[in-house]
Design a protein. Structure first.
Length: 172
């Protein structure tokens, strides 16, 4: 049972760019198989790139979890564009720093993304490594259901990783 988190959850703003850059690069270095981007690709980016990343075109946004003003977790919502795809959004970039885990912070972050997504899209997608049982349990506990496996979804240092594709259907 997850204890209630004491973290503050709010959308990131451009002022959060230095903290976001630091946490994001830690995440990419610590668990490369959990993210589609590589550490080296993003480490090469300037701070302005991270500031733009965390202030995307609405309704896309990134939520941060803060404890005593320190950013310790994050979860992104990306709304697909275009007439035929704009009913779908993507949950992406979910991460909680190791010291903050196991106290419901990721649950609170993903719940914030879901509450926001529900207002803007009909379907929310997420991709999770097939071996990433903590994230799968987290997402399924919040209503996501698996609809298939994408083989060789990522290639990291020459090793392929399959991903489970999940969806949360707000219409049922
Ligand atoms: C996955 C992750 C975000 C969970 O963060 P967290 O703040 O510890 O999660 P919570 O405390 O909110 O736990 C929520 C649920 O996740 C699942 N979970 C979390 N840690 C788990 C673990 N070590 N083993 C199994 N399930 C786990 C459980 O279902 C848990 O609910 P429960 O405690 O009621 O059983 C965190 O471990 C992380 O950042 N991992 C590395 C990056 C990553 O894998 N991101 C997801 C990419 S798809």
């Amino acid at each position: 049972m997850t204890e209630l988190t004491t973290a503050t959850i709010r959308p990131l703003t451009a002022e959060d760019a230095p903290a976001y850059r630091s946490l994001r690069l830690s995440a990419l270095a610590e668990t490369p198989e959990a993210f589609g981007a590589s550490h080296d690709e993003e480490a090469a980016q300037l701070l302005a790139w991270f500031a733009a990343r965390i202030t995307p075109q609405p309704p896309s946004r990134i939520y941060g979890a803060f404890q005593e003003d320190a950013l310790i977790g994050m979860a992104g919502f990306l709304a697909y564009g275009g007439e035929k795809k704009r009913h779908i959004g993507l949950l992406w970039g979910v991460y909680v720093a190791p010291a903050g885990r196991g106290s419901g912070i990721a649950t609170a972050l993903v719940a914030a993304v879901i509450a926001h997504a529900r207002e803007h899209v009909r379907m929310l997608h997420a991709d999770v490594g097939v071996d990433n049982h903590p994230a799968q349990r987290l997402y399924e506990g919040l209503g996501f259901r698996s609809y298939g496996i994408q083989p060789k979804a990522l290639c990291i240092d020459g090793v392929f990783h399959d991903e489970t594709m999940l969806a949360l259907d707000f219409t049922i």
